[in-house]
Write a new protein. Sequence first.
Length: 613
Amino acid sequence: METRQAYIMERLRIAKEPVSGNALAEELNVSSRTIRNLIKQLNASLKAYGAAIESRRGSGYQLIIYDSRAFAKWADGTKRQKEAQGDRDGRKRWIIEFLVDHTYLKLDRAADQLYVSRSTLSQDLKALKPILGKYGLSLKSKPNYGIYIDGEEYDFRLFLLNEGPKKEADPALVRLIHEWAGQTGVVLRGDGIAEIARYIQIARRRNAAGHPLKTLPFDPGCLRNEAEFEWSGRMLKSLSEEAPPLTAGDRLFLTMLIIKHRVTSMVYPNDLADAGGLADLTEAVTDLLEQRLALRPTKEWRQYFIRHLLPALKRARYGLVAKNEMLEEIKKQYPHAFDLALQAIDLIKDRFGITLSEDEAGFLALHLQQAREARLEKIPVAIVCTSGIASAQILKKKVEGLYGNRLQITGLYDSGALKDKIGRHCRLILSTVPLPDDVGCPVLVVHPLLTADDQIKIQTAIKSSDRSPLKPPLFFRDVTFRSPTDAIVFLAGAVIRNGYAPEELLALTLKRERVSPTAFGGNMALPHPAEPCGYETVLAVALLNKPMDWGPDRQKVELVFLLSVKKGNDRDLDDIYERLLLIMERPALQKKALQLDGFSAFQRFWEQLDAVR
């Protein structure tokens, strides 16, 4: 449609009354005869789209729309044509859209429609060739017909899906797919439903143009055995019967898209129990988790992990890539979990010969991080109330509801039973009244109903505990070592085994010890790696049951602190060093530390060093 035709259409579309031919001729600076010819050409085009420009005797021309849905398609095509006039990307989108519905594209006609020269359009097509090449497609020319895309229909549909205009999917179609997903219990990634809807729209247009999908680049028998094939059949039944039907080939393509975007299934179908050795594989990956994280994942976590891993393996089988938009953020936020995911992927490759992508590693890392967070210690907390057992129970319920996964309530007490009953069994006190300073551990004064400010204080206390370099699985008392190397191997092994540092920690710590012994006096040794390599900064503590010799000077050591610093650490380590130096300089503190009977007691001792300083 040329510029003058576009002007006439827009003028008539917005006009509330008929517009005279003389008015149109004056506005376009042409003759009335030219206006009649232009309207005749427009009517020839509009006939197939449920509209016409009618002449009203004595009044002028008026646009009449008989079929609004058909005319909307014409208007949409005109809009894309206008957009394509401006830039190469726009023209490429127009070309791709044209070839969805037509086999051939005549350059001269396309150049006229886009208001560009044939040379410009040829350059646009040249820029399109390498993109087509990625899908095994090429541009060819047939005399008297025009340009066409040569290649398999399957590859062309992949090209349209991935490189074609990302138009908003039909809302009604998206709603139907949502309903299907809810009925089958299939969970798809956010962009999955939109891509499935776009494919259905593409398939309908290609089928209507006489280009059905007949073959796939692999044996379709494998896909027909997948649970997703059954689900795709249900999806096709739920689609509107008024629309052009989809073929058996479309069902196979939809099966692949469900596999590509499927996160997991909310149900527990039998095929998840042991699909292609999946149960054995999950056991192997779980063994790795147990070794590196010192935990045995729960039955629920194991089932969920299986249900996620199955679609990931299927995607790899069919060469499908699920783009992980969060990949870089996952690497940044959960470096250790991502490292474990890469190891799990290596295990999968060795055991099954299946290669998973880095994007899949990112998805797996989220599940591994969930398992890792499950082992976060619960902080023992005592609740003190003076206003009666009812208010104490209310506060207890509030705390359990909000922080049950991080706080372990050791008991309810009145303010008269503090040191003897509380001090040895908790690391934090939540009290409705102020308490003496010498109660033995930090106190947060809160309201029985936990106000917003109270919740902020508790969250801060939890975060402070998480930032502490002391961790329960890294605390040992009454141990004996034959040599500094034995002590370093034992403590570094605990740090590595519990997932706080990679295996190189041991080699780097022994390397540092060879440079110079780390027993600096004060009955203490402070081994550490030659360079930071940890996933987070932690302190492994060993309280010996008898003194040992450390280094060539045979310095006596009874306390060993192995410090593993986070790689790229941006945290101020002065606080840790000041506390260690304080213990080193004061024999009374060393004696007190050696007499402590467990991790909680040592944690309180460490926190109380603030008051000593």
